[in-house]
Design a protein around this ligand. Structure first.
Ligand code: SF4
Length: 484
C-alpha cells in the first residue's frame, strides 16, 4: 500500500493508474486490494462469505461520478490500477445487481450485490473527508474483519491507525519546532541524504552544496532504490504521460456520464495541424492547451493516466513537459538528451509536489482545487523553469508564483464528474505554469512571498473553505450548471 512517510518519493508521487480520480478511484481500488490481502495474510480469506463497504463523506457524495464503487469492487478482485486493463473496471459494481459472484483476489468466491457498497455522503469519518469502511463476514454472518481506510489524495491510502500515527507524529514535530527543539530523529526519520521539511531547507541544501533541485532529489531517490531502478521508473512515468497525451489527441467521441461532454483534443490537434500546414507559426500555447485537454479527457474516460499529483490535475505536468520538448525540437531529436531533460523535469516537479503533500494537501476533498490543480501548476512551473536553465531560487520563485494565483480555487465538479470544469482548468493551469516560469526566469530568484508562505496560505485557505467546495459537488458550478 502507498503510504505517507516523511520523505515523499517522486516514484510514489507520480504513479501510473486509471481515471478518473486518484482519491476517488485509484485510492479506493488500492484500499479494496489491501483489505483482501490483509484477510489473506491472516489466513481468513477462505472464511469470507460476504463483504460490505461504506463510502463516506466526499467518496459518498461524488463516488458515482468518479467510479468509486466500481473501483472498490475491482480492488477486492485484486486488480491493480497500474497494470489492469482500464476496460475491466467500469461496470464492476452495477453488474452486481441483486447478487453476483465476486472473486476476492481472483480466488475466494463471495456473492455481492450493489447494496453491499453503500454511499454515505453525510457520514464523515474522523480522520479525513475520504473515508471508507470495509467489513468481511463469514457464512454465519459474524464479522471476520473490519477496517477503515482513508484515501488521502494522489492515490495514497492509510488505515485509520496509520493516519492517527501520522497525525501524532506531526503534532510531536510541530510541538518540537515551536519549542525550538531539534527535530527528534525518532519522529523524523532521515532515510535520505538530503532531507528537507520545507522549501527553505531544500533551497539551503542546494545552495550550500551547489546542487540543483533535481540533483538533490536524484541523490535522495538513489539512496532508497538502485539508480537503474530510479532512472527506469522516471523514464516509464514520462513515457506513460506522453503516451497519454498522444492517446487523448487521437481518441474522439463522447465522454461517459450524463453531461454528454464531447472530447475536443483531437479536433484541436486537427485544426492546429491544418493551421501549421497553411503557414501559421506560433501555435505553441494552443498545442499546450490541447496536450492538457487530451490527458484530462483520457482521465475522464477512465483510461490509463499518471497521477500528477492527482488524476483531476493529471494533464498539467505532461502538457508542460511536451510543450518544453516542442519548443526545443533539436532536443526532441536526441533521445538521450530528451531522457535526461525529462528526468530533471520530473525530479524537480516531484520535489515541489512533496512540499505540498507534506505541508498542505494535494486532496481536493481537503483543500479544494487549489490542492490539486494549484499544486500541479506549481510543480510544472518549477519543473519547466529548471529545464529552461533556472537556478534553484528561480525554480522556487516559479513554483510560488504559480500557486499564488491559484489560491482559493474551489472544487465544484458538475455532476460529480471530473470533466467540467476540470478538463479546461488543466489547460488554463498549464498556461499559467509556463507564464509563471517565464516571469521567474526574468528575475534573479529574489521575491517577497516565499514558496513556504504560499503553501501554508493554501493550507489555511483549504481549512477555511466551506465543504461545499471540497469535492462534494454541492457548491459553485456544480449547483449552478443545469444538467440536461
Ligand atoms: S474541480 Fe479540481 S479538485 Fe475538483 S475534481 Fe475537478 S480537478 Fe479535481
Amino acid at each position: 500500500m502507498r503510504t505517507m512517510s516523511s520523505y515523499v518519493s517522486v516514484l510514489d508521487l507520480f504513479s501510473v493508474g486509471i481515471g478518473p480520480s486518484s482519491s476517488h478511484t485509484v485510492g479506493p481500488m488500492r484500499a479494496g486490494t489491501t483489505f483482501a490481502r490483509a484477510l489473506d495474510e491472516r489466513g481468513a480469506l477462505d472464511r469470507v462469505a460476504a463483504v460490505k463497504v461504506v463510502l463516506c463523506g466526499s467518496l459518498g457524495a461524488t463516488g458515482i461520478g468518479h467510479g468509486t464503487p466500481d473501483a472498490v469492487v475491482a480492488g477486492l478482485r485484486g486488480l491493480d490500477p497500474e497494470t489492469c486493463d482500464p476496460d475491466d473496471v467500469p461496470g464492476s459494481w452495477e453488474r452486481l445487481g441483486d447478487g453476483h459472484e465476486v472473486r476476492l483476489l481472483g480466488r475466494r468466491v463471495v456473492t455481492m450485490a450493489t447494496a453491499d457498497v453503500r454511499l454515505a455522503p453525510l457520514t464523515r469519518l474522523p480522520g479525513h473527508p475520504n473515508g471508507m469502511r470495509f467489513t468481511a463476514f463469514d457464512a454465519a454472518g459474524d464479522v471476520v474483519a473490519e477496517q477503515v481506510y482513508y484515501s488521502v489524495g494522489g492515490g495514497f491510502v492509510l488505515t485509520e491507525q496509520e493516519l492517527e500515527a501520522a497525525a501524532a507524529n506531526e503534532e510531536a514535530q510541530h510541538a518540537a519546532e515551536l519549542a525550538g527543539a531539534p527535530i527528534d530523529p525518532a519522529t523524523e526519520p532521515s532515510d535520505v541524504p538530503h532531507p528537507f521539511a520545507n522549501a527553505a531547507e531544500l533551497l539551503a541544501s542546494c545552495t550550500l552544496e551547489g546542487r540543483s533541485i533535481a540533483e538533490t532529489a536524484w541523490e535522495n531517490e538513489v539512496s532508497l532504490r538502485p539508480a537503474a531502478e530510479v532512472g527506469a521508473g522516471l523514464d516509464r512515468i514520462w513515457r506513460t504521460m506522453s503516451e497519454c497525451v498522444d492517446a487523448g489527441l487521437d481518441r474522439h467521441g463522447m465522454l461517459p456520464g450524463r453531461l454528454k461532454v464531447r472530447r475536443r483534443a483531437r479536433a484541436q490537434r486537427e485544426k492546429l495541424e491544418a493551421a501549421e500546414a497553411e503557414g501559421s507559426s506560433d501555435l505553441s500555447i494552443e498545442w499546450l492547451q490541447a496536450y492538457a485537454m487530451a490527458v484530462n479527457e483520457e482521465n475522464a474516460d477512465a483510461r490509463r493516466v499518471v497521477t500528477a499529483p492527482t488524476n483531476g490535475a493529471a494533464g498539467i505536468i505532461p502538457a508542460v513537459g511536451r510543450h518544453f520538448l516542442r519548443i526545443h525540437p533539436d532536443l526532441s531529436a536526441d533521445e538521450e538528451a530528451t531522457r535526461q531533460a525529462m528526468r530533471t523535469y520530473l525530479l524537480t516537479a516531484g520535489a515541489i509536489g512533496a512540499l505540498y503533500k507534506r505541508n498542505a494537501s494535494i486532496s481536493g476533498a481537503e483543500a479544494g482545487c487549489q490542492g490539486e490543480v494549484g499544486s500541479a501548476c506549481s510543480m510544472a512551473a518549477g519543473a519547466i523553469c529548471a529545464v529552461l536553465g533556472g537556478t534553484p531560487a528561480q525554480v522556487e520563485n516559479a513554483a510560488e508564483i504559480a500557486m499564488e494565483h491559484n489560491l482559493g480555487l474551489t472544487c465544484d465538479p458538475v455532476g460529480g464528474l471530473v470533466q467540467v470544469p476540470c478538463i479546461e482548468r488543466n489547460a488554463i493551469a498549464a498556461c499559467t505554469a509556463v507564464s509563471a516560469a517565464k516571469l521567474a526566469l526574468q528575475g534573479d530568484g529574489a521575491h517577497v512571498v516565499s514558496l513556504d508562505t504560499v503553501i501554508e496560505t493554501m493550507r489555511q485557505t483549504g481549512l477555511d473553505m466551506s465543504t461545499k467546495y471540497k469535492e462534494t459537488s454541492t457548491g459553485g458550478l456544480a449547483v449552478n450548471v443545469i444538467e440536461c
